[in-house]
Ligand binder design. Structure first.
Ligand code: FMN
Length: 172
């Protein structure tokens, strides 16, 4: 399992058109699931238009899948800064150089921009771009899927209600 924290994240625009891509799950706690990205990206724009998202993770070596649905909120600037500070300098420069999801005519434009930023911030901290932040998915449905014999897989669904989480078994 090379990257067990890779999750396929689905978003949709205000017309309901879906798009999916992998992102890395970086934090999990009682508040939800956090990944980091540039809010100016396609996914960022879609999340602003429709805050309901879904993700799935598949762990083949243990034959399990986890699916989550919920609403997103941007993490605080303090949380985003704390995580930004843990990133390697070269990744920080990459994030600063890239206007994620925008069209570019030549790759050299990007590498030149990266080189200029590398010079500029040679002896000082690389600032976090304002649009680069953490996004927390606050779950209201979580499904644990486990492969079983005869294709009779096990599916445990937890649905959040006002009184807490309700558990239901689903047919495979
Ligand atoms: C394994 C893997 C992990 C990735 N992790 C992230 C991530 O944590 N954040 C991110 O913004 N993009 C990540 N990417 C890149 C995204 O898949 C995607 O190309 C990028 O975010 C732009 O997506 P968008 O145009 O839909 O916004 C990852 C790609 C792969 C293959």
């Amino acid at each position: 399992m090379s990257q067990p924290e890779a999750m396929a994240l689905a978003t949709s625009d205000k017309r309901g058109r879906a798009s999916v891509r992998y992102v890395l799950l970086k934090q999990v706690d009682e508040r939800g699931f956090v990944f980091f990205t540039n809010m100016g990206s396609r996914k960022g724009r879609e999340i602003k238009a429709n805050p309901y998202v879904s993700f799935a993770i598949h762990w083949k070596p243990i034959d399990k899948q986890v699916r989550v649905e919920g609403r997103i909120e941007r993490v605080s600037d303090e949380e985003a800064d704390t995580y930004w500070d843990t990133r390697p300098r070269l990744s920080q420069l990459g994030a600063l150089a890239s206007h994620q999801s925008a069209v570019i005519t030549h790759r050299e434009i990007l590498t030149q921009r990266w080189l200029r930023l590398e010079q500029k911030y040679r002896n000082r901290a690389v600032p976090r771009p304002r649009e680069w932040t953490g996004v927390r998915i606050i779950p209201d449905r979580i499904e644990f899927w486990e492969e079983e014999e005869h294709r009779l897989h096990h599916r445990d669904l937890y649905v959040r209600s006002r009184s807490g989480w309700r558990r239901q078994l689903l047919q495979p």
